[in-house]
Design a protein around this ligand. Sequence first.
Ligand code: PEP
Ligand code: MG
Length: 579
Amino acid sequence: MAADVKDADVKEPGSTLSGAGIGQGVAIGAVLRMSAPLPEPADTASTRTPDEEKARVEQAVATVAADLRERASKVEGTAADVLEAQSMMAEDSTLADDVSSRIDGGKTAERAVFEGFAVFRDMLKDLGGYMGERAGDLDDVSQRVVAALEGKPAPGVPQSDRPYVLVAHDLAPADTALLDLTKVLGLVTKEGGPTSHTAILAREKSIVAVVGAAGADALADGDEVIVDAATGTVTIAPTDAQRADAQRRIDERAAALAGGVEPGALADGTPVPLLANLGSAEGAEGALAAGAEGVGLFRTEFLFLDQRLAPTVEQQREQYVKLLSAFGGGRKVVVRVLDAGADKPLEFLNDAHEDNPALGLRGLRSLRANEDILREQLTALAEADAQTDADLWVMAPMVATIEETRYFTELGREYGLKTVGVMVEVPSAALLADRVLQVADFASIGTNDLTQYTRTADRLLGSVSGFQDPWHPAVLRLIGEVGAAGAARGKPVGICGEAAADPLLAVVLTGLGSTTLSMSPAAINDMRLSLKRYTLDQARSLAEVALDADGAAEAREAVRAAAERFTSPAHQNRNETAQ
Ligand code: PEP
Ligand code: MG
């Protein structure tokens, strides 16, 4: 069996590194490494006056910010947002004050920038979660400013005439956004988690990537590797058999993807609409290009995360009209009202300090405490609905009781919204799903939070990240409750958490009764392929297999083995003979 390389520089042919795979692709190629980060500037006393050093910093910062803005202008969507945000980080006045006071203390411009940015980077890291993963963005800005001060080129992506697998300690968003996709076959980073910007952009650009691969430092220019995002592995110096298997999978996937964009369905024709998770109207175009049949989750809080004051009705209506217009012709768009809390703080909904915000005044609770803001959002949604012809569904986050379900659905109907539902992401709502669905028009299961609360493990905390696994039978059992309630009451039950982007788990979720799947647009193609491999009966029996397992890992393994039997040539021949 192939050895798993950790930090060692052992490069046994056929050995593997493990990390978090982004997407389902496979790539084979030779490694080219990113240039190494700049060395730490020496901590020696400056020979210039403080004013001279400050002027140098000012000029370097202006150059870097202009360069980042120029890069932003060449791309769209998330990439542009990230680069714009980085240019703002470079020019942040609090950071500039910190750097200036270090210069006043006798530091060189290079050292003051290095130290000042490091302090802010550490503050972000301490916040953890989404904010923590922005620390890498700030490090990149720091490197760019120091390089500008030293008159060196910013560390960046190597130039090559031949396609290659890019290996980096971590890849800055500025580099990921502008990767030449005709050259970069795949991407491997040592740092970064599945929600880092590198991962988000890789997913958006459909780059075959494995991030957070401990041991990636062992890879050197010219090493041949297989990057397998589906399994989150990097195989070093593959054997002929490994190379042939990877090539077969690359060819199969390319052939299937070239087959055109059809609606999502199981092998027996049971429709399973594939919808997109979006955080801005700008994402609509890409989602449609990826074959999204509608939107299963529009996270409205993402529009207003950096605002201190509640958005106005006009401000909101403009965004919603943009989104709904993109899905005209009666396509379904599920909009979630503001979901504030934990890693998505909205100052205008709850600015109180809470020791445990995951269990605090969040989601629908914080909206109820600010009902005027909720009413304004429903007004904006109803007005946008009246101006467009998409099929608008509206739902509330973090609903935990029947009373809350009744509150929200009645309020939504008061505004003339015709399809009003709730998210099921709290165990109590799943356990009472039959009664929740008596009241609500539909349910959408948020597997991210449902897993967090069922398994009692903060989804943002690295030390318990092993618990955040939706394959766990306890989570699946709750999803099964909701699926059964939906079937009994004839109400739709969608899935919109990350679990819906796992091609095999999604088959299990369909077997548990979910009627639509909503995911990041980049995951849609692979999902379409996966669903087509199984009938509804097979999906149901895979769900039974998962429910019977003792834990998440066991469920995943048992389902994988059972699924392989369904798709094996022998099984398919048997079925064809029987027909
Ligand atoms: C979820 O909890 O699964 C979900 C979709 O909502 P969010 O990830 O925005 O909390
Ligand atoms: Mg949630």
